[in-house]
Write a protein that binds this ligand. Structure first.
Ligand code: SF4
Length: 489
């Protein structure tokens, strides 16, 4: 299991997953209630970030931005939605880490530009933020946040061209790292994506209007249909004329974060032509072929292990069942990065179904292991509930390199797999056995067999698609005590 921040900050992990990331949406539809449509789309993208939510809307004259800490349904109550009239809108949901979990970092960010305004919402993480920010500060720009998104907005705001496309052509090549973004002007919404396509962004059509979403599930909820993905290095403008696409920076190697397939995106979303439910099921099937074991029951770590566990059970012929019940009503209070949450332990999130697992040899399918603290607790809970054997089957290879593109998964020395053999990892986790999906098996299971459509898999291989400055690398590779004072999940 894992989770992501948009921006910098100390690592904190509520569970044992890399943590995702942010979700963006944008729509041009003058005859529709664009704020409400954006609200619904953000609701469908809520899994990508639960710390804050925001919508920027314009009628072509006035820009209104409403953003706050909390879930989409908490931030946008009915009276708020009714106070957001407009013809075009963008929206954002955000996951953040301890250091940046603040209102001032909530998105979208608005700036004045060329006598008018822009608003920007972004998913990803730049690796040259400090350098860009220093240049902007020298030019007299003032920042209200620590977010790299505000840096991109400031670069566009200070650009001298009246034509926003000219500004984008100049600014995008200066950005390094991962970015999928939606930009609002008084009469256009523009989606753009980094030259590696690390974070997803799709174009959808709703009646005769167009919209952007991080995932196709954000389109489905409003009745829009998927037109195409925004390709790496492209900008796409949607306005009164429909949509126009332009390649503004050369597409490099295509490097979508493979964790979108393993864990982040919803199983009902479609990426690179693949439904993620089917891809995850294949991961489970492949894992069953690579690492079979005699057992009585296959159970998922819900919900992210569900599809893969179904695949593992189907391929192995061992029955599938539920063995852990997830508490689905953990609200914002309980997902805040606070120490007291950690102290409540694993049982706040999962409770074992004792009657189903007592005396059984279990195969437990999960998507990933980062530090191992949650997994270790889970193994203990299953044995305490009477499991005879606990065989962990993980649908990703061991994570041994940190992410610099916006996924919160701790520093290298904190990874349980760093510098250890699988047997040593197993001893630490206290399971009967543990096995990981091979990188080759993972790539095959994605169903994306074209050499052109490559993935970023740097957290397994160390092969970072976009160069990471040395000072950033050393900050995450260096051994040190956690800045948060604890490394417990
Ligand atoms: S290093 Fe690459 S694959 Fe790993 S989490 Fe980051 S973007 Fe995804």
């Amino acid at each position: 299991m894992m989770r992501e921040p948009c921006g910098n900050g100390h690592s904190w992990r509520q569970d044992d997953s890399p943590h995702d990331e942010c979700g963006v949406f944008g729509i041009y539809a003058p005859e529709m209630d664009v704020a409400r449509l954006t609200f619904f789309a953000l609701f469908a993208l809520q899994h990508r970030g639960q710390e804050s939510a925001g919508i920027a809307v314009t009628d072509g004259v006035r820009l209104i931005v409403h953003k706050d800490m909390g879930l989409v349904s908490q931030v946008f109550e009915e009276e708020v939605l009714q106070s957001l009239p407009g013809r075009l809108a963008i929206g954002h949901v955000r996951y953040s880490t301890t250091g940046s979990s603040e209102m001032r970092n909530a998105q979208p960010f608005a700036r004045t530009r060329d006598g008018s305004f822009i608003a920007l919402a972004h998913n990803g993480n730049l690796v040259n933020t400090d350098e860009l920010r220093a240049g902007l500060v020298r030019n007299g720009q003032v920042f209200e946040s620590t977010s790299d998104t505000e840096v991109i907005a400031a670069l566009l705001a200070e650009h001298p061209s009246h034509d926003i496309r000219v500004a984008l052509r100049d600014v995008i090549p200066r950005l390094r790292g991962a970015f999928s973004a939606v930009l609002l002007t008084k009469d256009q919404v523009i989606g753009f994506r980094d030259p590696y396509g690390v974070r997803p962004l799709v174009l959808g059509r709703l009646e005769n209007r167009y919209c952007f979403s991080s995932e196709s599930s954000g389109l489905d909820i409003i009745g829009a249909r998927l037109v195409r993905e925004i390709e790496p290095g492209e900008i796409c403008v949607i306005d009164e004329e429909g949509y126009q696409i332009e390649q503004v920076v050369d597409r490099r190697r295509s490097a979508l974060c493979v964790f979108e397939f393993i864990y982040f995106a919803r199983p009902d979303s479609v990426m690179k032509g693949q439904t993620l439910y089917a891809a995850r099921r294949r991961m489970g099937e492949t894992l069953a072929s690579e690492s079979p074991v005699d057992a009585d029951l296959v159970i998922p770590v819900p919900d992210t292990g569900n599809s893969a566990a179904i695949g593992y059970a189907a391929r192995s012929g061992i029955p599938y069942g539920e063995g852990l019940i997830k508490n689905r009503y953990i609200g914002r209070t309980f997902i805040n990065p606070e120490d007291r949450v950690r102290k409540l332990g694993i049982r706040m999130k999962f409770n074992p179904l004792t009657s189903a697992i007592r005396g059984k040899r279990l195969i437990v399918v999960d998507d990933s292991i980062v530090r191992g603290n949650t997994t270790r607790a889970l193994v203990r809970v299953l044995f305490e509930a009477g499991a005879k054997e606990v065989h962990l089957r993980i649908t990703s290879p061991p994570i041994i390199y940190p992410c610099f593109y916006g996924i919160d998964m701790a520093d290298q020395h904190e990874f349980i797999a760093f510098g250890k053999t699988v047997d040593e990892i197993n001893r630490e986790l206290g399971a009967t056995s543990v096995a990981y999906l091979s990188l080759e098996g993972l790539m095959q299971a994605t169903g994306v067999g074209d050499e052109e459509t490559d993935f970023c898999a740097a957290c397994f291989t160390g092969d970072y698609p976009c160069e990471v400055p040395e000072y950033l690398r050393s900050s995450k590779f260096r051994y040190e005590e956690s800045a948060c004072g604890a490394v417990e999940d």
